[in-house]
Design a binder for this molecule. Structure first.
Ligand code: APR
Length: 248
């Protein structure tokens, strides 16, 4: 898209916005080579459904299987680089008088790109915590085939992410809701919107009077007066939008 392809009213709104809030999902990291949740997995893990592995029940049933799946995802993330979509959000943060970045992603790629004060609704895969009391653990040893335990207490270790059926960190969720209700423009980028409570944030923003911008190759939002549907990849559209609005 070029400058002329974005609606002029959207460019004007962004240029004059006091507070821009953004919600991202797995789609923004797709161009960094990290598979989205609802895409078929490949190779070793193709026989497992991620939606079934990311649960407390799966961990109770088979902690080693769940650990191994996250270990595999952790090494994918460790080798991944932020893409042009992540970088465009750093640029928007620089231009907007107030900016809030809320992510459902656990990969830390926003921070790696240079975004600051990121609200992580679903935790971060790079952090490990004790399963029983949630204390973060930074050093542990792993023996092939054995359960991974805290060297201090012997408790099982797990990733510091929010699984299906678990509560989101209350402070993060509160901050996300406040941002949705007080921003002028709310972006929903690369998320299917199927998982609550994050899935409701775009609607919350819309009801509070914000302009909603949806960036997704698929139609995930019904056409609506105050909604701009930018259909395409975040890594392509976001840099073009930044260039059209702020000229960089
Ligand atoms: N640019 C923008 N969007 C994209 C791109 C891309 N390059 N590629 C894919 N998408 C879109 C897909 O069309 C889809 O709508 O990203 C979305 C990814 O959806 P999901 O896989 O459902 O991911 P997400 O919405 O982040 O899932 C929410 O569910 O499994 C849990 O905790 C997990 O945080 C995750 C949550």
């Amino acid at each position: 898209m070029t400058h002329a392809d974005f609606p002029a009213a959207l460019l004007h709104r962004l240029r004059h916005a006091r507070h821009i809030a953004v919600l991202t999902g797995a789609g923004i990291s797709a161009e960094s080579g990290i598979p989205t949740f609802r895409h078929a997995q490949t190779g070793l893990w193709s026989q497992y459904d991620p939606l079934e592995l990311a649960t407390p029940q799966a961990f109770q049933r088979n902690p080693r299987l769940v650990w191994d799946w996250y270990a595999w995802r952790r090494q994918l993330v460790a080798h991944a680089q932020p893409n042009a979509g992540h970088t465009a959000l750093v640029a928007i943060q620089r231009h907007a008088p107030q900016f809030t970045l809320i992510t459902q992603n656990v990969d830390g790629l926003h921070q790696q790109a240079g975004s600051t004060a990121v609200i992580e609704l679903h935790g971060n895969i790079r952090r490990i915590k004790r399963a029983d009391d949630g204390v973060i653990v930074t050093a542990w040893t792993e023996t092939e085939g054995e359960l991974v335990r805290c060297p201090q207490t012997g408790s099982l270790l797990r990733p510091d992410v929010v699984w299906f059926g678990e509560m989101l960190p209350p402070d993060a969720l509160d901050a996300a809701r406040v941002a949705a209700q007080t921003c002028d423009v709310f972006f929903s980028i690369g998320t299917s919107g199927l998982v609550e409570p994050a899935g409701s944030l775009p609607r919350l923003a819309l009801h509070a009077g914000a302009t909603l911008v949806v960036v997704n190759p698929e139609a995930t939002f019904a056409p609506h007066n105050d909604v701009y549907l930018l259909q395409g990849a975040a890594g392509v559209l976001l840099p073009q939008l930044v260039a059209a609005v702020w000229g960089d």
